[in-house]
Design a protein around this ligand. Structure first.
Ligand code: SF4
Length: 63
C-alpha cells in the first residue's frame, strides 16, 4: 500500500499524526512529513484510521 497526500488540501492540523504516529509527523511549523509512504500490512488499520481522521480528506491509500 502507498499513502498519498494531497498537499494542496492538507492544512497541518495533525489528526493523522494522532491516529498513526508511526506514519505521520508534524513539525513545529505544522508541516506534515509522511514517515513511511509504503507501510507494512500491520499498519493498515492505523493508516486507514488516519485517512478517516483527516478533516480535509487530504489522505488516501493506493494499493
Ligand atoms: S489530518 Fe489531513 S489535513 Fe491534517 S495534517 Fe494530516 S493530512 Fe494534513
Amino acid at each position: 500500500m502507498r499513502i498519498v497526500v494531497n498537499w494542496s488540501l492538507c492544512e497541518g492540523n495533525g489528526n493523522c499524526e494522532a491516529a498513526a504516529p508511526e506514519l505521520f509527523q508534524l513539525d513545529d511549523d505544522d508541516q506534515l512529513t509522511v514517515l513511511n509512504e509504503n507501510p507494512p500490512e500491520e499498519l493498515r488499520e492505523k493508516a486507514e484510521a488516519a485517512v478517516r481522521s483527516c478533516p480535509k480528506s487530504a489522505l488516501s491509500i493506493e494499493e
